[in-house]
Design a protein around this ligand. Structure first.
Ligand code: SF4
Length: 325
């Protein structure tokens, strides 16, 4: 576990805003904090211009109040059907003040009939499960989990909940009727994608009744490359360096400078994972926004896909600026 410093901030203006780009275009999204204490080494949100310095997290402490105000405003034309948490932070960061704001925000939304969705690598406290138990049909959950390896967790996701607690999240959510999807992102070649490792993870997910997983290999942006260089031990840095060394910077989604793992390596890895998932009867989808050169799909949960506003013909899914998790 790593420590971080929470700085309370007052948010101003409307909090319920629709995303204007990517495959969540037209859907309301919300972040409880600016910055994220989980400090994943591969997180590109850490490089955002508005992100606080490493170790600081700005908490929007008036978020529940603003949500209540907006949802009860008589001049508002209808409330959102769905609000997605965590496009640039994690709402289950292990800090009491952050969890309080998350709890009150979710409670406010659920009580007003709004479905809440989140993707998390944190531990979900039991009071949330008691809350969700009242509205299981209005909660859409996705857990970020690439590997059961403790070494991977300690080096790549030092502030996130250990894998065993994320599995416990899935079990607890399932026990109250919330079927959870798993996002395996970012998969690291030669570290987390070998057959034994994948089989162990997918077999465990099968036992927890997971039905669908989404897959994406690590991609690089200049900011991510620097974080990996600064924060990983030499062995891991060398593996990543080898994977990307001859790859050009290309435009992917809304990012003008991205490096992808070589296509043959990704193709082989995805096939290996998909074959194992299929053997266990789990659906798997390759995130197409992070793999524009491969046949893929959309990595958000199916229940969100069904709710997306109608897309114009020919419009592409471009999600790369969303969901650093
Ligand atoms: S990847 Fe997600 S959980 Fe990790 S630091 Fe970034 S926002 Fe937080």
């Amino acid at each position: 576990m790593i420590s971080f410093h929470v700085i309370p901030r007052e948010r101003r203006g409307k909090v319920l805003k629709k995303t204007t780009f990517g495959c969540l275009k037209g859907i309301y999204t919300i972040n409880v904090t600016n910055g994220c204490g989980l400090a994943c080494t591969y997180c590109y949100a850490r490089g955002y211009s508005q992100a606080p310095i490493r170790g600081d997290v700005e908490l929007y402490r008036n978020l529940p109040f603003l949500l209540q105000q907006e949802l009860t405003n008589p001049r508002r034309r209808g409330n959102p059907d769905l609000v997605i948490f965590n496009t640039a932070s994690d709402c289950f960061q292990p800090h009491p003040a952050i969890l309080d704001v998350t709890f009150l925000s979710m409670k406010t939304l659920l009580e007003k009939g709004v479905t809440v969705s989140f993707l998390t690598k944190g531990e979900i406290p039991s009071r949330f499960l008691q809350l969700f138990r009242q509205w299981p049909g209005s909660v859409i959950a996705q857990i970020g989990l690439v590997s059961l390896s403790e070494r991977y967790w300690r080096h790549f996701e030092p502030g996130a909940a250990p894998p065993v607690l994320r599995l416990e999240n899935i079990r607890s959510l399932s026990s109250i009727g919330i079927i959870t999807e798993v996002r395996m992102d970012p998969i690291i070649p030669f570290l987390t994608d070998n057959e034994g490792e994948i089989e162990r993870l997918i077999g465990t997910l099968k036992a927890l009744e997971v039905k669908r997983i989404s897959l994406s290999y690590l991609h690089l942006r200049p900011g991510i490359a620097k974080q990996l260089e600064d924060e990983l031990p030499p062995l891991y840095r060398d593996i990543i360096h080898t994977c990307f060394q001859n790859q050009p910077w290309v435009e992917v989604g809304t990012s003008t400078k991205t490096k992808l793992i070589p296509k043959p390596l990704r193709e082989r890895g995805y096939k290996r994972i998909k074959d194992i998932a299929q053997a266990y009867g789990i659906d798997s989808v390759i995130c197409s926004c992070k793999n524009p050169d491969l046949k893929g799909g959309i990595c958000v949960p199916e229940r969100i896909i069904k709710r997306r506003p109608f897309k114009k013909e020919g419009e592409k899914d471009r999600q790369l600026t969303l969901f650093p998790c």
